[in-house]
Design a protein around this ligand. Structure first.
Ligand SMILES: NC(=O)c1ccc[n+]([C@@H]2O[C@H](COP(=O)([O-])OP(=O)(O)OC[C@H]3O[C@@H](n4cnc5c(N)ncnc54)[C@H](O)[C@@H]3O)[C@@H](O)[C@H]2O)c1
Length: 256
């Protein structure tokens, strides 16, 4: 599918990876409907993007809110060809912490936002995309891209909930791709290593340096525009379907 002049929905678009994807799509002449909780930050970005972006305040946990947001997005832009799910949280909490046992609610919240939230958006999106006009020689109708993490494969101590949520994203990629194949809709996931985004704002410089040093090559954190570049390649390469691509400079996480 052509990356130029796409209509896209990006969740978590106010910050980090989602913001970089939004900027990249707009730079290629596309229009983005930005879904996020963070209206304040999105308002700043909207001023820059002008008519190429819209913002709908949405909590991806809420099925009615997601369904309504996608309908509204469709009314604003017409056919939506691309969805990129970047909304997520990454708390770290041991099951048996010094101050007590992790609550089930804390575990559930991570699953709700990262996994169920991505599913909610895919579900509403495919319902719209199935009616798109097929485009190009492969008669594509759309592309869904979810954000996993290398924690899906080597979660560290304290990441049981996060790793489970991201493992769920990686695991649902193939069955969704198989199911939507007859519609010409592809499904892919990206599993980033460590990227320089506001998610790690609290991390001290020492810890950042250690993470960078652990990355075989290049010895640094990833830049959000490198994530956006992979989104573009996935859109453009129709053979990419049903799998999760690691984007991590060969980083393999240790126990903690
Ligand atoms: N930065 C990394 O190193 C890294 C590595 C692996 C995976 N990831 C994943 O990439 C995704 C994006 O992370 P980031 O680094 O850009 O983080 P970020 O904190 O910069 O951005 C996340 C965005 O998601 C939004 N969000 C959170 N909960 C939401 C909800 N319930 N509904 C709607 N929006 C919500 C936040 O408001 C924020 O704008 C996350 O899923 C994260 O787990 C990031």
């Amino acid at each position: 599918m052509e990356f130029k002049r796409l209509n896209a929905i990006v969740t978590g678009a106010a910050s980090g990876l989602g913001l970089a994807v939004t900027q990249h799509i707009i730079a290629a002449g596309g229009t983005v409907v930005m879904l996020d909780l963070d209206a304040e930050h999105c308002a700043d970005e909207l001023t820059l993007f002008g008519e190429h972006a819209h913002f709908i305040a949405t909590d991806v946990i809420s099925v009615p809110a997601v369904d309504a947001a996608l309908k509204q997005a469709h009314a604003l832009t017409g056919e939506i060809q691309l969805v990129v799910n970047c909304a997520g949280i990454a708390p770290s909490q041991r099951v048996l912490a010094r101050d007590g046992l992790i609550s089930n609610a804390a575990f559930q919240r991570v699953i709700d936002i990262n996994l169920n939230g991505s599913f909610n958006v895919c579900r509403a999106a495919v319902n719209l995309m199935q009616h798109n006009n097929p485009a190009g020689k492969d008669e594509e109708r759309g592309v869904l891209i979810n954000t996993a993490s290398i924690a899906a494969f080597e979660g560290q101590i304290g990441q049981a909930a996060y790793a489970a949520s991201k493992g769920g994203i990686a695991s649902m990629t193939l069955p969704l791709a198989r199911e939507f194949a007859r519609l010409g809709i592809r499904v892919m996931s990206i599993a980033p290593g460590i990227f320089e985004t506001p998610m790690f704002d609290q991390l001290p410089q020492e810890a950042r340096d250690a993470l960078a040093a652990n990355t075989p090559y290049p010895k640094r954190l990833g830049h959000p525009d490198e994530f956006a570049a992979l989104v573009q390649h996935i859109v453009e390469n129709p053979m990419l379907n049903g799998s999760t691509i690691r984007l991590d400079g060969a980083l393999r996480m240790g126990q903690k």
